[in-house]
Write a protein that binds this ligand. Sequence first.
Ligand code: SF4
Length: 377
Amino acid sequence: MLNRLYVHVPFCIKKCHYCAFVSSAPEQNDLVDYPSLLMSELKLQKVEIDPLVSIYFGGGTPSLLQPQQISTMLENISEQAGISINAEITLEVNPGTVDKTTLLAFRSAGINRLSMGIQSFDNCFLEGLGRIHTTEQAHMAFRNAREAGFNNISIDLIHSLPDQTLHQWRMELMQAIQLNPEHISIYGLTVEENTAFANTYPAGSPELADEDLSADMFELADELLTASGFAHYEIANYARPGFQSQHNSGYWKRDGYLGLGVAAHTFLRSGYGIRFSNPETLAEYRCSVMAGKLTQIGKQELTQSDAMAEYLFLGLRLAVGVDLQSFEHEFGQSLESAYGSAAIDLMRLGLLVKNGEVLTLTMRGMLLSNQVFAKFL
Ligand code: SF4
């Protein structure tokens, strides 16, 4: 049984220069047809679904869909799977795609949380990133969202942009705090393969922030946001009390979820867990759904050791950390018997800390989280 749903909308007006997500510009009737494909896929799914406690429309740019399409999908989802009365229903919004009328209509359709891809409050950086919106549009979209009745808004920001200084990043954070959203996600830029940035900024480019500057930016975000009342509840996420992302918290706690749409991932809590994803291209996805048989890509039945590693590296992302008794209860063995002295070694290095039975990352551990997680693989 699962009670979380992710819906991937793989369309964007144009590709951002740093983007490695599965998304492309829609052709002809793609935007019109896609929701019915998603709902056909839901009908074909054999997994048992409890009333959903969270639904997340991500992308791509799901705010390119018409509010009426979202409304129809939510009615359909409610009929087929059920939606809990207090379900968190998030829509990712690109500020360049919405006005007050559409935001009002999304709110009426049942969306109760927005995740706004602001990324930067500096038009030069926005242009460099290849974003379609300006700072002014981001402010306008946020204001319109408030006026449309959204009282749970998250914004995304990226640091370590090419040639960005610590002072400029401070200004970005100050503007984010001034905007006063309920939730802020902070990501450091990584130059991914097969993106425009991979050509413009090959490894070692002087424009890219070095490790020390990135670490300073991460620490500055922690300092300013926590001083402004945001809880740093996950490595990359800050929230006002009561506004942690319910949907993403489910990922970090290894709750099962169903992913609908092109390239969407599913996780079933059967045995130690089963993961698979949908076809990566719209053409293959459409073929699979129209033929009435779902194609599962990269299906992996997790072993106990896979599940233990996941439990640790997802749990350690959270400020509440990993409860060692819960770990032992879940897997029938202690952390020490599974990984020897790994945790103690990481504590000695100042990357992990143990309070009672709870293991958490230190600030340094968050900065070097990949090195910590590698010890549990
Ligand atoms: S809007 Fe988001 S998904 Fe679309 S190209 Fe830009 S970063 Fe990628």
